[in-house]
Design a protein around this ligand. Structure first.
Ligand code: F6R
Length: 240
């Protein structure tokens, strides 16, 4: 595990350069992507690098971690909509190569199909992750089993509370989501976890310095052999 502490701006640039390098070496990479506030700066940098001609996504395949149950791809808070607006529409990726679990009609078979397509795509080159204030990764909430795969989950109250900023009221925040599991995430060749802000300093301490435990799903990432954690100074402030 490497912990890299910088400003948000520097973190975004350093991570963007990882992608530029990867895609130069392996244009047909498989990328695991995340939504939320954290990757927005990184996605802007990737768009910039694409526009400058430094990188192409023409042959890239992507898999997103999760989606809210009940939101269609046109819903402004759906993760499919987020990815289209914040990344895919601005780069040369073929939308057919982008995978976001569907929030509509998701059932056991849809979960199995998503997991199977992940496996069939081959090892993910980089899995990008953000971290919930309760330690979740993807929507794998505390006490998720280590061997979990793509499935439908109930969102923790803390998660709905944290995400209500995107909706007009808490009642509109979906109660369930479809998410890749911990074991789906751990299969990636490399994992990049980005965490910003003082509100996550305490959970960052548990993720980086605590014993790996399913009570703090992010701490299980310590068991991966190729993990880079990018923190801003605020998120790193409890590490001592
Ligand atoms: C998003 C996801 C979540 C977020 C986490 C942090 O696809 O899987 O685990 O990464 O909730 O969200 P932000 O970045 O909004 O603080």
């Amino acid at each position: 595990m490497r912990v890299i502490i910088n400003s948000q701006e520097q973190s975004n640039e350093l991570v963007a350069m990882e992608y530029v390098k990867l895609l130069k070496d392996k244009p047909a990479s498989v990328l695991g992507l995340a939504t939320g506030s954290t990757p927005l700066g990184l996605y802007s940098k990737l768009i910039e690098h694409y526009k400058n001609g430094a990188v192409s996504f023409k042959d890239v395949k992507t898999f997103n971690l999760d989606e809210y149950i009940g939101l269609s791809s046109e819903h402004e808070q759906s993760y499919r909509y987020f990815m289209n607006k914040n990344l895919f529409e601005h780069i040369d990726i073929d939308l057919k190569n982008t995978n976001v679990p569907s929030g509509l009609g998701a059932d056991e078979k849809a979960c199995e199909d998503y997991e199977r397509s992940l496996i069939e795509a081959g090892e993910m080159d980089i899995q990008l992750l953000g971290l919930g204030t309760n330690g979740h990764i993807g929507f794998n909430e505390p006490l998720t089993p280590f061997d979990s795969v793509t499935r439908i989950v109930k969102l923790a109250d803390a998660t709905r509370e944290a995400n209500k900023r995107f909706f007009s009221s808490i009642d509109e925040v979906p109660t369930h989501a479809i998410t890749m599991g911990i074991s789906s995430i751990m299969r990636a060749r490399k994992i990049i976890l980005m965490v910003f802000g003082a509100a996550k300093a305490e959970v960052v301490k548990q993720v980086v310095m605590g014993k790996p435990t399913i009570a703090v799903p992010g701490s299980l990432l310590q068991l991966h052999n190729n993990l880079d954690i990018y923190l801003d100074f605020e998120a790193a402030s409890r590490l001592g």
